[in-house]
Design a binder for this molecule. Structure first.
Ligand SMILES: [Ca+2]
Ligand SMILES: [Ca+2]
Ligand SMILES: [Ca+2]
Ligand SMILES: [Ca+2]
Length: 396
């Protein structure tokens, strides 16, 4: 009898180990790409056209915009600092002038006295250098975050820009095809708005956009604007994120997480006081622009940004979150959540960005930095002032 119990125990332990092994996503910190003072945002693209993905990084307070050229092995070389801009935060990467070379648009917040927000467009030359900046002004104060997509269907990438104040708005800038933009419609959002996300949520072929909206004490929600295909959008619908009054719904990612052919949303509901009370909300779309009630998952330590990709090649989307401004939290970093085959996500596994001290862990992106076919992580951080690169070491 005893022998049988022991055998069963051994069997179940071995089975549990096998399950852990099969489902384990593992990462290894490979590089810290230093910037002069704080990194807020990071985006990727092959700017010198050598076949290796490069990283472009903004730092608001260091007033820096830095290009790191990928070496294809997970290491990066810093280029000369790019054009200096007053207070760079958000980035969008696209070929705005359609010359085949990737360009960068930078949102300058201009929140300092006597400064005004603007968008700076840097047209790439295809060799890792850029033409003289084109400035797009006329914002009320502070363009902060944006996304690029062709919203009027003329073949030229347009910009969707969140302008944070004094009257928060969302502005459509229509690309003219030469790197300049004309101002399209402006939509009032009235509260704080996070990063906009452009995608076709209702399957009508027109680009829509979703924006996370938040304020102290709530309400928190996602505003969904359905595109008309001509650069204009419907009045927004409100999508519930399940955030409590002490959480901020401040970042989005999209993907078809339950594989029903309809685009779904993930939302960071970050806790203002207790990072480990932050949650990721999964909003399953029905393909018409409506979403089911939020399913909530523990996000790891905080949740400022999130990114999604199939990190282990099992055909199920996985998720990575960044902590945000979590003070002296010793567990700050990026958290990896494995997508489960039956839907939902596993428990977060956190990879620390610092070995101690105050930190803020900002924008996180995924891409294959070492060309092994598995997506890796790059995350912008303050203390250390760097983009931290984690390479995917998951067994294939
Ligand atoms: Ca490159
Ligand atoms: Ca270009
Ligand atoms: Ca366009
Ligand atoms: Ca649509």
């Amino acid at each position: 009898m005893h022998k049988l119990i022991v055998m069963l125990l051994v069997h179940s332990i071995l089975a549990a180990l096998a399950l852990t092994e099969a489902g384990a996503l593992t990462f290894n910190k490979a590089a810290a790409l230093r910037v002069t003072r704080g990194a807020d945002y990071v985006a990727s693209g092959d700017f010198n056209e050598d076949g290796y993905v490069d990283l472009v990084v903004t730092g608001r307070f260091g007033q820096t915009l830095t290009l790191f050229l990928g070496q294809g092995n997970g290491q990066f070389k810093s280029s000369q600092p790019m054009s200096s801009t007053p207070e760079p935060l958000g980035l969008a990467v696209a070929d705005f002038n359609r010359d085949g070379h990737l360009d960068v648009a930078v949102a300058d917040q201009g929140s300092q006295p006597n400064t005004y927000g603007r968008i700076t467009v840097l047209l790439g030359k295809g060799n890792g250098t850029f033409q003289a900046p084109i400035a797009i002004s006329g914002f009320t104060k502070g363009p902060s975050l944006m996304d690029a997509a062709d919203v009027n269907e003329d073949g030229v990438a347009d910009l969707l820009v969140v302008d944070t104040g004094p009257i928060p708005t969302f502005t459509v800038l229509l690309g003219m095809g030469d790197g300049n933009f004309t101002r399209g419609r402006r939509y009032s959002v009235n509260q704080f708005a996070g990063e906009p996300l452009a995608a076709d949520f209702n399957h009508d072929g027109h680009i829509d956009f979703a924006i996370p909206i938040y304020q102290f004490g709530g309400p928190n929600f996602v505003s969904l604007y359905l595109g008309n295909g001509d650069g204009t959008f419907s009045q927004p619908t409100v999508v519930d994120t399940g955030a409590t009054s002490t959480q901020f719904s401040e970042a989005l990612a999209a993907g078809d997480f339950n594989k029903d052919g309809n685009l779904d949303l993930l939302v960071c509901n970050s806790s203002q006081n207790f990072p480990n009370a932050s949650r990721v909300a999964e909003l399953l779309g029905d393909g018409t622009g409506k979403f089911q009630n939020p399913l909530l998952y523990k996000s790891g330590e905080g949740c400022a940004y999130l990114a999604t990709a199939d990190l282990d090649g099992d055909g199920v989307l996985d998720l990575v979150t960044s902590s945000g401004p979590v003070g002296f939290d010793p567990n700050a970093g990026v958290s990896v959540l494995s997508g489960l085959a039956g839907g939902g996500f596993g428990s977060p596994v956190t990879y620390k960005t610092t070995s101690g001290g105050a930190t803020t862990v900002n924008k996180v992106i995924l891409g294959d930095w070492n060309n092994d076919g598995l997506p890796d992580i790059a995350v912008a951080s303050i203390f250390p002032d760097a983009v931290i690169v984690f390479l995917n070491t998951t067994a294939k």
